[in-house]
Ligand binder design. Structure first.
Ligand SMILES: Cc1cc2nc3c(=O)[nH]c(=O)nc-3n(C[C@H](O)[C@H](O)[C@H](O)COP(=O)(O)OP(=O)(O)OC[C@H]3O[C@@H](n4cnc5c(N)ncnc54)[C@H](O)[C@@H]3O)c2cc1C
Length: 399
């Protein structure tokens, strides 16, 4: 279903998170006029309430691990070309196990990474302790993924929107997509009808109501703790520490249902630590809770005791948009032309965001996919029976 071939078409992008902002960038680069509409403000969704792991090492084996490698490569390219200069940097992820069960998961995961062609260094616990001074000796095994990276979602959104310079409409929730003769011709918003040649829905969890994806998309809350800065404003070590319980949660969602905490300690360049996180399935509120915040801190101090010297300055929660099958939804709407969907990035959207924004833009433009792997796993048509559209309100229909 090609939508906006040639240049100069007017595209509406619904949602100013990392995916919508990246799509807007690639669409304007191709010569299209873009209007980005957000119910709130840019970065108001998960992209502004997340960690910044651009991590292949943490991905579920299979399709997502393959896509993440391309997504990480695109970050490297965009950084090199100046688009994301100063926002992305390469750094290792240190995956670690605290007991025999975690060691088993870690060993399996390391093998899957190697099979997928990802560079992996198996580290002795002495080597890990040398790289991360002050680490507890209770760690039983560790692996480093040297080519991972980091980027802050809100900074990527801000940069993409600045470079794209689309028309941005804030505080205008899109209520429905208007279809005429089987084709999207614009959107009904709180601020009235807006016409377009094509529409891209990249509204995170908001896509659920717009597309009738109630059974397909689920909220998954994540809580995070931020510490104060180090006296020297330097990262304490050179890469993120990620527990094998995080990998278990990624590989098998039921693991986080049993225990929602999967420990990550992220040493930010400011000298702060970001300590996460929870995966609370079905929860879409932005509240942090004493139970989980204290649980995460206890686990973090057990592994990295010098955290005891730090102050907590903030806690926050963000809401991931998860799909029932664990794969994002990116592609043409199965029933209507000129309508594209990009949602369901769960805990991977900062890593995947620019690549998925580019892919969504290609689909909007009816261009061939530039990825060298098949993208059929992303197709909305796998949920063809469910994917629909929100019904316009009677007042919107009369306008
Ligand atoms: C705690 C936490 C930690 C995370 N850590 C990482 C990480 O380390 N690495 C990683 O890769 N990913 C991480 N993620 C996941 C990542 O943040 C998300 O996958 C990504 O931000 C999703 O981007 P998006 O553009 O699809 O959606 P969002 O950022 O949620 O943006 C959607 C936008 O749509 C708008 N919207 C919604 N409904 C409507 C409507 N009806 N009309 C108009 N606008 C609408 C919203 O206001 C919002 O601005 C984390 C997420 C959380 C919550």
């Amino acid at each position: 279903m090609s939508t906006a071939k040639g240049s100069g078409a007017h595209i509406i992008v619904v949602g100013a998170g990392i995916v919508g902002a990246s799509a807007a960038y690639f669409l304007t680069q191709a010569g299209h006029a873009v209007t980005v509409i957000d119910a709130d403000t840019p970065m108001a969704g998960a992209s502004g309430a997340s960690d910044g792991a651009v991590s292949v090492g943490s991905k579920k084996p299979g399709f997502l691990m393959q896509v993440a490698q391309r997504a990480r490569d695109l970050y490297v390219e965009l950084q090199r070309d100046g688009v994301l200069s100063g926002l992305f940097y390469s750094r290792p992820t240190y995956l670690f196990a605290r007991n025999a069960l975690e060691a088993e998961v870690l060993s399996l995961h390391a093998t899957d990474l190697v099979d997928a062609g990802v560079r992996v260094d198996r580290l002795s616990t002495d080597e890990l302790a040398h790289r991360i001074p002050g680490l507890s000796r209770s760690i039983v095994s560790a692996v480093s993924v040297p080519d991972d990276g980091h980027a802050l979602g809100y900074q990527v959104v801000e940069r993409m929107l600045r470079l794209a310079a689309p028309r941005i409409i804030r505080h205008a929730a899109v209520r429905s997509v208007r279809i005429e003769h089987g084709r999207a011709i614009g959107v009904e918003t709180d601020a009235g009808f807006m016409g377009a040649d094509a529409v891209l829905i990249a509204a995170g969890l908001g896509s659920k109501a717009l597309l009738g994806l109630g059974e397909i998309l689920r909220p998954r809350k994540g809580q995070i703790v931020i510490t104060d800065r180090a006296a020297d404003n330097q990262a304490a070590f050179d890469g993120q520490l990620m527990s094998a319980s995080y990998l278990a949660a990624k590989r098998d969602v039921s693991a986080s249902k049993r225990d929602p905490i999967s420990l990550v300690i992220d040493p930010l360049l400011t000298g702060q630590f970001l300590i996460g996180g929870t995966r609370e399935d079905g929860l879409g509120d932005g509240e942090t809770t004493i139970n989980y915040v204290s649980g995460m801190l206890r686990q973090a101090v057990d592994i990295y005791p010098s955290l005891e010297q730090r102050r907590v300055i903030r806690t926050f929660a963000g809401v991931r948009t998860a799909t029932v099958d664990g794969i994002p939804i990116v592609g043409a709407h199965p029933h209507h032309a000129a309508l594209t969907i990009a949602t369901g990035f769960e805990g991977d959207g900062i890593c995947l965001g620019p690549l998925m924004g580019r892919l969504a833009a290609e689909i909007v433009m009816g261009k061939p996919c530039s990825l060298d792997i098949g993208i059929s796993p992303l197709s909305p048509s796998r949920f063809s029976a469910a994917v629909g559209l929100a019904q316009p309100s009677p007042t919107a229909q009369q306008r």
